[in-house]
Ligand binder design. Structure first.
Ligand code: IDC
Length: 433
């Protein structure tokens, strides 16, 4: 099943997005670079790879409104660019991905300057895709510049745009950028918007924006306001420079704890640190190799694909999810029979353990010495797999296949994980632990 088939229409409830079942849902995805400049990414192969191999559930289509030195942004070629946005939306609908339609103001920094164009743009999209569960509107990427504040400029803009959008798309989530390139969320929530299906955007670049901005996000979240990281980079705010993976992991840790969604910048092949593809790589072909990804691209692929929030076609029956941030984690896979000493001949070794077998094994684990160091224990008797985390860097999985380890790693938020599928014996475990 696709993300949209599984989760349906999303809405804001309190501080988070919830899905059609009322369960908290985290958007985890990527942003195109400006689609006017890098339209090559708009293919089924590319989006399918991002969905199935990277496990992202959302694509953001960045439509630069205008940009110094370019003559092909939205204001320059409206019809052509609208067609590109629709092509991206159509692909997301086809593949069951959520899609953020991003009115990418950077220039002008004042969203009021192109307000009438923004209204026409969102009117066109909303009327072309009525009641579409995939779509989310981001009505101003990053307000910026002197005097561009929430109270006098951004808030009135958001209210006016919302008034235009709501009759056409009554249930679609709207994301509003905040001042100072979407960092001043605290100003925004000091006078929040009346529309309850609206989120406040925060953008960060890990090498530039650190604990100070994280504290601000957390404080606003704790006050009860819904935040979306509709853009983040692993590098610095210029889009280039050095990647900061440590800070990036600290951000993921916080956001996953709060279940705030995040969208990675940028899925283009320009020569800059933020781009996940190497210059010259065919954006549209999908199934990109490690060599075709940049340093941040490989990091993000590993991050997204080893962690899974809400979607994996074969895993919809997994109801548990571990919020584990395990650096250099090792996963040991056990022969499922080792504790109970079952005679493998008694049954076909591909058979699953029964639930009572699993419970006995769990009991055994609970009685391990130093049980305070077990941080988590999760079981799924339905699939004969149970697993637990030991001292934040080791996971044991009881299932006699390496496939089990891979599935679980993907189903958990496990970062920088090295899966060593070592088959241990009972004696080895006793010694090890
Ligand atoms: C950058 C692009 C870069 C482009 C520049 C100006 O990576 O290739 O030349 O925009 O058009 C943002 C913006 C986003 C920036 C990104 C990196 O939303 O448009 O992209 N960034 O600078 N906010 C903070 C950083």
């Amino acid at each position: 099943m696709t993300p949209v088939e599984l989760h349906g229409k999303l809405r804001v409830e309190g501080t988070n997005i919830v899905d059609a079942n009322g369960d908290i849902f985290q958007l985890r995805g990527c942003s195109t670079h400006g689609i006017a400049w890098y339209p090559g990414i708009l293919t089924e192969d590319a989006f399918r790879t991002l969905r199935d191999d990277w496990h992202i559930n959302t694509i953001r289509l960045a439509m630069y409104v205008e940009e110094a030195g370019y003559d092909n942004c939205y204001m320059d070629q409206k019809e052509h660019n609208l067609a590109l946005v629709k092509k991206g939306i159509d692909l997301c609908i086809q593949l069951g991905l959520y899609v953020i339609v991003d009115w990418h103001i950077l220039i002008p920094g004042n969203p009021q300057d192109r307000k009438e164009d923004a209204k026409a743009f969102f009117t066109e999209i909303a009327t072309s895709y009525p009641d579409c569960p995939n779509i989310i509107f981001e009505i101003c990427n990053e307000p910026n510049g002197e005097g561009i504040n929430w109270e006098d400029i951004i808030r009135p803009y958001a209210v006016e745009l919302t008034d235009v959008i709501r009759p056409l798309a009554p249930d679609t989530i709207i994301v509003v950028g905040t001042a100072t390139w979407s960092q001043d969320v605290h100003d925004a929530v000091s006078n929040p918007l009346p529309d309850k299906n609206t989120m406040y955007a925060v953008h960060y670049y890990a090498a530039t924006h650190k604990q100070g901005l994280r504290d601000r996000v957390k404080a606003c979240y704790e006050l009860g306001y819904p935040i979306l990281i509709s853009e983040f980079g692993v590098c610095d705010a210029s889009g280039d420079g050095v990647n900061d993976f440590e800070e990036a992991n600290l951000w993921f840790k916080l956001l996953d704890e709060l279940q705030i969604g995040y969208i990675n910048w940028a899925y283009g092949n320009k020569k800059e640190a933020c781009c996940v593809f190497q210059p010259g790589v065919d954006l549209g072909k999908g199934n990109w190799t490690e060599d075709e990804l940049t340093e941040s691209g490989n990091f993000m692929k590993k991050f997204f694909s080893f962690s899974l929030s809400g979607f994996h076609s074969t895993l919809s029956h997994f109801h548990y999810r571990v919020k584990a941030h395990l650096l250099d984690c090792t996963i040991y896979v056990f022969n499922r029979n080792f504790i109970l000493g079952k005679d493998r001949r008694r049954r076909n070794c591909n058979n699953f353990l029964t639930s009572s077998d699993s419970l006995k094994n769990i009991e055994y684990l609970r009685n391990f010495k130093d049980c305070t160091k077990w941080t988590s224990l999760h079981t799924s008797t339905a699939i004969d797999t149970f697993c637990f985390i030991y001292m934040l860097n080791t996971i044991f999985i009881f299932r006699d296949s390496t496939n089990g380890a891979n599935l679980l790693a993907r189903n958990w938020n496990i970062y920088n994980c090295v899966i060593r599928t070592t088959f241990l014996t009972k004696t080895a475990v006793d010694t090890f632990v």
